[in-house]
Design a protein around this ligand. Structure first.
Ligand code: GAP
Length: 506
């Protein structure tokens, strides 16, 4: 039976390091918080996720074209888009420890005993924030030796703290009140300077999203291709956000990769229907790369929390080990972005309606997802530790990554049963070279065959082919095909193997 270890995140971080999926960035210098490197298996897995998305989103559709815009754009882009003024998170500093917190992730509560406030407690966001604060309240009551009934704690986050409460709330770093500042807006864009001068005139930003590239190049695409509404522009690329508290491994980092698509529709089109169609498309796509329905859900943003221009946003949520969190946001953004850029640049961003003979600014539906978040989701959903019998019938533990063949970093491992039999090795190498032309393949001749299977299980390789004595001694030129998930073995010919790959890897 597949089993999740008690601490799934720890197990995944450990596997990711051990097998070369993910390393901390600049590790030999102590790492840099919020930045990661992707090792050989990780780079391949990310590439497969990107390729699947690009193939399904762009190449296999007639209504979507691709784009690669620059990471550093004219700074006015970010003024027009609203990022310079408003791309902020609320920040709280602890003046003593120099720790920084996102105000909406730092919770506090007054401790009320016999109807009187005897002090305040605080805790960082967790799955069990109410219980954490209640425990802290009980400790405070005991420490202050106050008699009477402790009321259940009523938690709020720091954005809701009244000015007179702030000096009374303890810092999570020191446990003492008096050192936390009031929340202030912290802009998350990374700044740089373009050119030889470092002054205000040369300030530029690393993009915090890829989306603005599609808006700024909207007219270029319309004028240089034959797109007709409705149509989309898609892009995959790095984005950068100076997150106050990067956390949960690669879930929230400071450098990450986005896959975004802007789907432009007529101003009179049924945006709600189009929005729903894109949500369903994204869900189906996540299923196609192996994420189970049981881990997926939807969260519709409440109307009062939407930006003024937004018609609706639905997030596809994933059940990560640290809680249910946003994976993919699908927003109906009206024509806000194109209108902003038209006003700021003085260049109209319109299309012509042949039927009404009128110009209009198209509206947009935007599915936006992070590659790194998908990668973490497939690792979490695919990881299992199982008790299985070894060759001698003894029970041993196997760690397996059940990755979909679509995205598995290695599709097939070619294993000669022994490495000192020329005929076996020759046939294995011949097959390996043929497979390599089309697929990511591994050749492994080191150690007992059972050990080699386990190595591939951990890497998420769906199939191993063993070239054995039957291959060279019996007619038919068949190999042993061993399936990762069932561990079942059967004989297969080269033609059948290529047919299997053709069907499952697309
Ligand atoms: N253009 C819209 C936009 O960027 P977003 O919700 O801020 O919307 C879209 O980002 C997606 O990018 C998120 O759903 C998430 O998958 C990913 N993402 C955002 N911030 C991230 C971060 N700090 N680290 C990793 N992925 C992130």
């Amino acid at each position: 039976m597949p089993a999740e270890p008690a601490n799934l995140m720890e197990a995944i971080v450990s596997l990711a390091k051990r097998r070369g999926f993910i390393y901390p960035s600049s590790e030999i210098y102590g790492g840099l918080n919020g930045f990661f490197d992707y090792g050989p298996l990780g780079a391949e897995l990310k590439k497969k996720i990107r390729d699947c998305w690009w193939n399904d989103m762009v190449r296999r559709r007639d209504d979507i074209v691709g784009l690669e815009s620059s990471i550093i754009m004219h700074p006015d882009v970010w003024k027009a888009s609203g990022h310079v003024a408003g791309f902020t998170d609320p920040l709280v500093d602890c003046k003593v420890s120099k720790q920084r917190y996102r105000a909406d992730q730092l919770f506090f509560a007054p401790v009320v005993v016999a109807g009187k406030i005897i002090g305040y407690v605080s805790a960082l966001e967790s799955d069990n924030i109410a219980a954490d604060l209640q425990t802290a309240a009980e400790t405070l009551k005991r420490k202050k030796a106050v008699q009477g009934t402790l009321a259940p704690v009523q938690s709020r986050d720091m954005t809701e703290a009244k000015p007179e409460e702030i000096p009374l709330i303890p810092s999570p770093a020191t446990g003492e009140p008096g050192s936390l500042t009031a929340p202030r807006a912290f802009n998350m864009m990374f700044q740089t300077n373009v050119g030889a001068l470092s002054d205000a005139s040369s300030v530029a930003y690393l993009r915090p999203e890829t989306a603005q590239g599609m808006f700024v190049d909207f007219k270029n695409v319309v004028d240089t291709t034959r797109v007709k509404l409705p149509f989309g522009i898609a892009q995959i690329g790095k984005s950068f956000r100076n997150e106050i508290t990067p956390r949960n491994f690669i879930f929230r980092s400071r450098e990450f990769e986005q896959m975004e698509m802007e789907y432009f529709i007529h101003e009179d089109a049924d945006w709600a229907k189009c929005h729903e169609e894109w949500i369903a498309w994204c869900e189906a796509w996540l299923r196609s790369i192996g994420l189970p329905d049981s881990h997926l859900s939807r969260h519709a943003h409440p109307k009062e929390k939407l930006a003024f221009y937004s018609k609706g946003t639905v997030d596809i949520m994933f059940k990560y080990p640290f809680g249910v969190q946003e994976l993919w946001g699908i927003a109906a953004r009206g024509n806000y972005d194109l209108t902003q850029h038209a006003n700021a640049s003085g260049k109209p961003q319109e299309m012509f309606d042949e039927a009404t003979k009128k110009k209009f600014v198209p509206h947009v539906i935007e599915p936006a997802v992070g590659v790194d978040r998908i990668m973490l989701a497939v690792l979490c959903a695919g990881y299992a530790e199982e008790d299985v019998p070894d060759e001698k019938g003894n029970v041993e533990k196997r760690t397996v990554l059940r990755l979909s063949p679509r995205i598995a970093p290695v599709k097939v491992a070619v294993l000669p049963l022994i490495k000192n039999k020329e005929q076996l090795v020759g046939r294995a190498k011949d097959l390996y070279v043929k497979l390599k032309r089309k697929y990511a393949v591994n050749y492994d001749d080191g150690g007992a065959i059972g050990k080699r299977y386990r190595r591939q299980d951990e890497a998420g390789t769906p199939w191993c082919v063993t070239i054995d004595f039957e291959t060279i001694e019996k007619p038919g030129d068949t190999f042993t095909l061993r399936e990762r998930d069932s561990m079942k073995q059967r004989r297969i010919t080269e033609t059948e193997l290529f047919a299997l790959l053709e069907e499952q890897v697309y």
